[in-house]
Ligand binder design. Structure first.
Ligand SMILES: *Cc1c(COP(=O)(O)O)cnc(C)c1O
Length: 344
């Protein structure tokens, strides 16, 4: 498979915008910067941010053991996913495959980019249906979106199934690892050198506790990263986000402890949920939320709202009839949740 053949021709031909901060690459110390029409008076954010986010990438590279050239950063992973669409999918011609029930953004981005979304439901065990995917794909299928651990089901997909798709699909396989930090499974980033068609996305929005700064991460081959860099908005990750990401990543032992606590709380929640008579099924979770089937999801959802607790009603998702998705909160929040669930 030649990745180059998958890239849209207009993207291949494109001359990227060259920003002021791109053009001057020298030592920034003791230089007078009169190249970007900024207000010269220092206030901490009067300068444009580094368009390549080199300090953030250096830190991520160190922590994840992945070279900086294999990393692209975005304004949340949602921007990263949109960039992937725009590099590979020709509007009104190409198609993608998604595996519902899954993260809704893939379908929304397909619509925005005028790309057909071939939905191949997960099996009853919430695993990819390889036979059905094989039947559905065609030479115009550019991307398969795999979310593992999957939102909203919570489980990880079997390694062998993802491996099968990486080996047998002549397009891009995106593995969305938004919840990987809660999982016992190893990240697919360790397999990047084996599979030129693999793109792994991660985010600082979930385990890392920085949903507010919007920082999404994409790991892929140098070739894919360089083409994504060609089309990304030059200053897509702002200066405050870059600063905050660095200061938080430097103290990620705190995050490790929080993740352990969240996982303990998840076990408690699962145990308590099993004591409730209107809860008919609790799905195993590899993430910081639990999917539970109840007697009447919409009724229970509304009852909780009345008591001041907001969860996610997933009942309209295929295979999720009468299912609620509960995010793990603080120990106090979880106690309130359980108490309320038992009282309604
Ligand atoms: C929450 C979530 C994201 C979020 O991405 P941002 O980095 O906050 O844009 C991506 N993928 C999945 C599956 C998610 O659940």
């Amino acid at each position: 498979m030649n990745i180059k053949d998958l890239i849209r021709s207009n993207v291949k031909a494109l001359k990227p915008y060259s920003s002021a901060r791109d053009e001057f690459q020298g030592d920034t110390n003791n230089m007078v910067f009169l190249d970007a029409n900024e207000n010269p008076f220092e206030n901490g954010v009067n300068r444009y941010p580094d368009p390549k986010q080199r300090s953030v990438k250096a830190l991520l590279s160190l922590k994840k053991g992945i070279p900086e050239d294999n990393i692209l950063l975005g304004n949340g992973s949602d921007e990263v996913l949109d960039l992937i669409f725009r590099v590979f999918c020709e509007p009104n011609i190409d198609n993608i495959i998604t595996l519902p029930p899954t993260y809704g953004m893939y379908g929304v981005l397909a619509n925005i980019n005028a790309i057909e979304n071939r939905k191949i439901p997960l099996t009853k065990a919430f695993q990819p249906n390889i036979e059905a995917i094989t039947r559905a794909k065609c030479y115009r299928t550019k991307i398969i979106f795999i979310c593992s651990p999957n939102n909203p089901t919570g489980n990880s997909f079997a390694k062998g199934k993802i491996e099968y798709l990486l080996k047998n699909f002549d397009g891009i396989v995106v593995v969305d690892e938004a919840y990987i930090d809660f999982s016992k499974s190893e990240s697919w980033t360790s397999r990047l050198s084996e599979f030129p068609n693999l793109i792994v996305t991660q985010t600082l929005s979930k385990a890392y506790g920085m949903a507010g700064i919007r920082l999404g991460i994409c790991y892929a081959s140098k070739q894919i990263i360089s083409v994504l860099n060609r089309i990304k908005p030059p200053y897509n990750v702002n200066a405050l986000t870059q600063q905050k990401a660095i200061s938080q990543l430097e103290q990620d032992d705190v995050i490790q402890k929080q993740v352990e606590q969240i996982l303990k709380e998840r076990d408690i929640l699962i145990e308590k949920l099993s004591e409730i008579d209107y809860v008919s099924k609790i799905y195993p979770s590899d993430a910081n939320f639990v999917l539970a089937e109840v007697d009447d999801a919409t009724k229970r959802y509304n009852q909780l709202i009345e008591k001041g607790i907001v969860i996610r009603n997933r009942t309209t998702q295929p295979g999720c009839e009468n299912c609620l998705r509960l995010t793990i909160g603080t120990p106090d929040e979880n106690k309130i949740l359980i108490h309320t669930l038992k009282s309604i």
